[in-house]
Design a binder for this molecule. Structure first.
Ligand SMILES: Cc1ncc(COP(=O)(O)O)c(C=O)c1O
Length: 476
């Protein structure tokens, strides 16, 4: 028709597509090949760099090659090297390339998996992944697993699901209980779910940083007497601070007796269910009504993939199901799942493929073996550090996190904290490993978390050397 101008710029031909991917890959492959030689962290000048990038909406295009040079040459290097073997801070994972390739496929075909009718087989792949995770935690047939953007979102959905299944529409008398070691995303989720912050009870933890069950029982009893409605207990299967695993069996007993919902935050620890040690530590997890576990931690995926599992799939449906006339008829097939009916999202990324592809390509074996190795590495470094007189191990690894500080006889906590921080900065300044810290009961602690698939013994030996060198510099 006259006057209608078509623009074809964004519709690439096959050669252009191949070129685009090849150019990107020409940067990605050498970058990943040299990860081990890159600093474990380098954000020096990062603030200035960030500010220098501010600009208006681009009117003109820039050659792809220039943009790749900017990214790989200047921007990516000024970061924590979260993909590298020396990243022992916070909760690592690494980020397997298989998932990046799966994203390329998923985003290229751009199919819609929010309602199964739009892509029945692809939605099924994602449901399969959820089912595999349910099998890992020994959930029954009627369980359902959902992929989310991460642990925070899974905790949020878990809490909303508990609220919708356990409390009336006017839910403000509902109280929830979790240890003082719990990740802050749980308190944040409770607030986002509509609870006043004062309805979140933080229960003291014991000497191994696990929830104190006596205090928990007492708080629940006290709240009931005061006319509140205790409805949810959140347990930990691996805290961020020290990797502590609560006594999940005892918590399940208590929740059952009290008619409360048990949610377990296993964002970090959950995939250790693939190991004997992990199954021992997390005994009872299968009795929880819901579980958060993060593939972008314990399954080594790139950031952006969490999961929430519920023991009874109908609870997710009850919490989320709302109909709309403009959508395809949903779910006449009871065995096929509309992901939009069991989660907050409608349009969603096809996250299933980034989990499904690597698991189908390799089977679970390499993941399992990597987790076993990380348990051994955490045990190894712990044993080495115990031999060092100037260190006090405050939290021995229950899984693969340990926390420690300087032992300085005769000095008070304030100076131990100050010197321990200096010690950590010294270790990190060597740039072969990157460690992070936490503060528990006023004590500044250095943490090591071993979870990247790229971390092996030689990197832990470097960590040990750098720790010894930093002690020599700060203490002696
Ligand atoms: C135990 C635990 N729960 C929840 C979260 C939040 O997960 P995400 O960062 O994926 O939102 C984390 C993050 O490290 C965590 O360690």
């Amino acid at each position: 028709m006259d006057g209608i101008k078509a623009d074809y710029t964004l519709e690439l031909g096959s050669e252009e597509m191949a070129n685009l991917v090849a150019q990107a890959m020409a940067h990605i492959a050498p970058f990943l090949d040299h990860l081990a030689a890159q600093p474990a962290s380098d954000t020096c000048g990062g603030e200035q760099l960030a500010r220098s990038l501010r600009e208006g909406l681009p009117r003109e295009g820039t050659p792809f090659s220039d943009l790749l040079d900017l990214l790989f040459g200047r921007l990516i290097p000024k970061t924590f090297n979260t993909a590298g073997p020396g990243y022992l801070a916070y909760i690592p994972g690494g980020g397997i390339l298989h998932s990046a390739v799966a994203d390329l496929i998923a985003d290229s075909v751009n199919r819609y998996v929010g309602v199964w009718a739009a892509a029945p087989a692809l939605a099924q792949l994602e449901v399969n992944v959820g089912r595999w995770f349910c099998d890992i935690v020994s959930y029954p047939e009627e369980a359902l697993g959902l992929l989310t953007s991460g642990g925070s979102m899974s905790n949020f959905i878990g809490i909303v699901t508990a609220r919708r299944n356990k409390l009336p529409e006017n839910f403000l008398s509902g109280t929830l209980y979790t240890s003082d070691q719990t990740h802050y995303s749980v308190s944040k989720a409770a607030v986002l779910a509509g609870f006043p912050p004062s309805n979140v009870r933080l229960v003291p933890s014991d000497s191994r940083f696990r929830i104190n069950l006596e205090e928990l029982r007492e708080m629940i009893r006290h709240d009931r007497d005061a006319g509140m409605t205790p409805f949810l207990i959140v347990g930990n299967a691996g805290t961020t601070n020290t990797g502590a695993v609560d006594d999940l069996s005892a918590m399940a007993d208590l929740a059952e007796r009290e008619g409360m919902w048990l949610h377990v935050d296993a964002a970090y620890g959950g995939f250790f269910m693939l190991t004997d040690r992990g199954r021992q530590a997390m005994r009872g997890i299968e009795r929880a009504e819901s579980i958060t576990l993060d593939p972008h931690k314990g399954l080594f995926l790139p950031y952006g993939t969490g999961s929430l599992l519920v023991r009874d799939g109908s609870t997710l449906r009850k919490a989320h199901s709302v109909r709309a006339v403009y959508l395809p008829d949903t779910e006449h097939e009871p065995d096929l799942v509309d992901l939009s009916q069991v989660s907050p999202e409608l349009s969603r990324a096809f996250r299933g493929l980034r989990v499904w592809l690597p698991l189908k390509m390799h089977g679970i074996g390499p993941f399992q073996r990597n987790l076993e190795e990380k348990l051994q590495l955490a045990g190894w470094i712990n044993a080495q550090l115990r031999e060092i007189e100037e260190l006090e191990i405050v939290a021995e690894p229950q899984l693969t996190v340990l926390a420690f500080r300087l032992r300085l006889p005769g000095q008070d906590d304030t100076s131990i904290n100050r010197l321990t921080r200096r010690f950590m900065d010294e270790v990190n300044a060597r740039r072969r490993v990157y460690l992070s810290s936490t503060v528990i009961q006023g004590r500044f602690l250095v943490r090591i978390c071993v979870l990247s698939f790229r971390t092996h013994l030689e990197r832990m030996q470097m960590a040990l050397e750098d720790i010894k060198a930093a002690i020599a510099k700060v203490v002696r």
